[in-house]
Design a binder for this molecule. Structure first.
Ligand SMILES: [Zn+2]
Length: 726
């Protein structure tokens, strides 16, 4: 149990090193104020910490409420209980304080939370008047001792909550104090006004639901995007940070998205005749170096194993950044005749690219999951066809599963795969930052690798009298990969200030059923009945293959549950209360729009399925409209940077020259907006080419010899999409 000293030590560990003063032991705030009056130099705010206990079933664990407020704030306990939809809140007795918080009533402070065995049972409430103070304002607390006072700032208090992983609910006590009498009046005199209290309960649940949103994501998407992104990922429990920088733990919610992608894509390529395989993750230096252009592209990011235990390896071994050079020596062994073609294999694995700049969960990580397909063909036409088929599948992963629009096209010479012949790509777009992101690439490698690795067959169409040498045909190769980056793109596009928003097709839980409308007057029979019905609704949906769950946790208010599932992105919430039962319906609430509507129980399965389809489709259409309006056709250089700064992408008539692309990057960097971090792999400062879209504008098309590149005045060859990108 944390004593006063332990509390101070743990605060020091958080580098809070708060100022502490000792004084006479005090047993009330008046005496405390008097004791602190001697510390004349400090300017601080007196606080109070209340511990309340709502009524719970006798057998259930207590779910105490810890309230931290300014000493001057009025904290009406009944109004607070109503606000939080908690039954009969009372002050906690000495026994609860001792057993759960390890303090007596004179030692209560926020830091007593460190003594609580199961913090998930505790509701933490912070007075909005405290949160409204400047972050550096000192607050006075008792650190588990009545004869000491510790001063921590508002920010340090928040840091403490973070250190114990406890979210809090912000409550405006002034607002609830004024709201309370009105609500009491509305419900009428207490005895015998039966229908009124029920209505009131529903209204309270609504109100508390609004309130508890705040315990989740603090950062706003439009204000602090990186922090928002991090909070969405961690608070939704998609992802956990790890102690090796640039590596992250994918938790079930995230892994399920990957699993859905895997299921879809694997079925499709199996149908095409691609077979799964697995190659080792280690590659010798000799093999890695075989294709020079290729290794040059990857060299700075290759991680090497140099030791076994304490002994140096005779020759360092690389960890695959991709597997072309791992696999192709064996292609030459296995592909002996044109009858072996097309030869197509795929592997699901992780690869390592040891990047040094700004790791970003999913988007840029040192190890990531992907699939890599590697195929060999008799002709370029065969290879071309497959490149496009795979790219179409990548597009479908984005559009159909993740509800994310993409632009398909070909990479410029500068951006194409190292050692490849040409690269096709699906490019996504993050409206909040105005940046594009490469979503997946399907490369034609041409004959470059087959020449390096000697993957040769006898040309079946060669004349019989041709020389051995003339009969030799190097196979045409492709490689294509799609990674867990997909998940990051999806999160960045759809999620909002309340947390994750998952497209139904990749959601681990598609619908959650929450019992509602229970209050103090509800009898045991009534509440049992509602819980049973919720369970039955979830079971019916499950039976038809919908991923559903009933949230029957007893000690949590509906508001708390709404918030819990909203942060986790569950696409559709079903509420079931006495009113719904009367009407033989459930009340459905969409995560993406917040829209509320009834689904008749007689039509439950179809109603839910249709709603999920609508959500999936609406999410895509919304993102598509945003992307379409963010791709701007630019006809003169003067508009280029302005458009980028407007968080948009530029479609320009372009000469298709590397020198021009370098120049565009430099010129758009010089006049870029300030405040964005510099990063040469993801040039927030300069624009790079994204792709030559397969679908070129038909209105005012390029006229050969007439239309000029807007950047250099050479003849334009085609329209090219440029943008800042990840
Ligand atoms: Zn040019």
């Amino acid at each position: 149990m944390a004593t006063c000293d332990a509390v101070l030590q743990s605060l020091a560990k958080l580098s809070l090193s708060p100022r502490t003063v000792s004084h006479e032991s005090v047993s009330d705030n008046k005496a405390w104020a008097a004791a602190l009056a001697s510390t004349k130099d400090a300017v601080f705010e007196m606080t109070k910490t209340l511990i309340l206990k709502p009524k719970t079933a006798k057998t259930a664990a207590a779910t105490p409420v810890v309230v931290i407020a300014l000493e001057s704030t009025e904290t009406p306990v009944p109004a607070l209980g109503k606000k939080l939809s908690l039954k009969d809140c009372r002050f906690a007795n000495e026994e609860l304080l001792q057993t759960t918080f390890g303090v007596n009533k004179d030692q209560v402070s926020p830091f007593a939370l460190s003594n609580v065995a199961d913090l998930s049972l505790v509701h933490l409430v912070v007075d909005s008047a405290i949160l409204a103070l400047p972050a550096t304002t000192l607050l006075a607390f008792h650190p588990s001792a009545a004869d000491k006072t510790v001063f921590v700032t508002v920010d340090q208090l928040k840091a403490y909550f973070k250190s114990i992983s406890k979210d809090f609910v912000e409550i405006d006590f002034k607002a609830i104090a004024t709201a309370a009498p009105a609500a009491a009046a509305a419900s009428g005199s207490k005895p015998a006004a039966k229908p009124a209290p029920k209505k009131k309960a529903a209204a309270e649940i609504e109100a508390s639901a609004d309130e508890v949103h705040q315990m989740g994501i603090e950062a706003k998407k439009e204000v602090d995007f990186p922090k928002w992104y991090q909070q969405v990922l961690t608070k939704s429990e998609m992802l956990e940070y790890y102690d090796v920088s640039g590596c992250y733990i994918l938790r079930p919610l995230a892994y399920n998205v990957w699993k859905e992608i895997t299921n879809f894509f694997d079925a499709a390529i199996t149908e095409m005749g691609v077979e799964d395989t697995y190659f080792p993750m280690f590659v010798s230096n000799r093999v890695l170096q075989r294709e020079k252009d290729h290794i040059e592209g990857f060299a700075p990011e290759v991680a090497w194993v140099t030791k076994a235990g304490s002994a140096d390896l005779e020759e360092p071994i690389a960890i695959r950044p991709t597997s072309e050079t791992v696999m192709y020596p064996y292609f030459s062994k296995w592909i002996r005749s044109y009858r072996d073609l097309p030869f197509r294999i795929n592997q699901w694995c992780s690869v390592v690219r040891w990047e040094f700049k700004n790791p970003q969960p999913f988007l840029r990580t040192r190890e990531f999951l992907w699939q890599e397909g590697h195929t060999a063909h008799l002709t370029l036409e065969g290879a071309d066809k497959e490149v496009r088929e795979i790219l179409d599948l990548y597009e479908q992963v984005y559009t159909d599963l993740l509800a994310v629009p993409v632009v398909k096209g070909v990479k410029s010479e500068k951006e194409r795969f190292a050692g490849g012949y040409y690269t096709t790509t699906v490019e996504g777009f993050i409206p909040t930052t105005g940046r594009a992101i490469q979503g997946g690439t399907s490369h034609c490698l041409g004959q470059n690798f087959s020449k390096m690795f000697n993957i040769v067959i006898e040309d079946p169409s060669a004349p019989a009298n041709a020389t051995e040498e003339a009969k030799k045909l190097h196979v045409w190769q492709n490689s294509w990969g799609l990674s867990t980056r997909t998940i990051g793109v999806m999160v960045m596009i759809h999620s909002d200030d309340k947390g994750l928003v998952l497209p139904p097709r990749v959601a681990l839980i598609q619908t959650v059923v929450v019992p509602c409308g229970l209050n103090v007057k509800t009898t045991k029979e009534e509440s049992d009945d509602i819980y049973d019905r919720c369970q039955a609704v979830a079971a019916r949906l499950k039976k038809t293959g919908l991923k559903s769950k009933a949230d029957l946790r007893e000690n949590y208010s509906p508001g708390f549950k709404f918030n819990h599932w909203e942060i986790r992105g569950v696409p559709l919430r079903l509420e079931l209360g006495p009113m719904d039962i009367k009407k033989n319906q459930v009340t459905a609430v969409r995560r993406d729009t917040g829209a509320k509507f009834a689904i008749p129980l007689d039509n439950l399965e179809k109603g839910v399925r249709d709603a999920l389809d609508t959500i999936q489709n609406d999410m895509f259409q919304k993102a598509k409209a945003k992307m379409d309006s963010s791709i701007v056709r630019i006809n003169k250089w003067e508009d280029f940077v302005r458009t980028l700064n407007d968080k948009k992408l530029c479609l320009i008539p372009w000469c298709d020259r590397i020198a021009c692309e370098d120049d565009i990057k430099e010129r758009s960097a010089r006049v870029a907006t300030e405040g964005e971090e510099e990063d040469d792999r993801a040039p927030s400062m300069g624009a790079k080419s994204l792709c030559k879209p397969f679908v070129q504008p038909t209105e005012n098309p390029i006229v050969p010899g007439v239309t000029k590149c807007i950047a250099c005045d050479h003849d334009a060859k085609h329209f090219m999409l440029f943008g800042r990108s990840y």
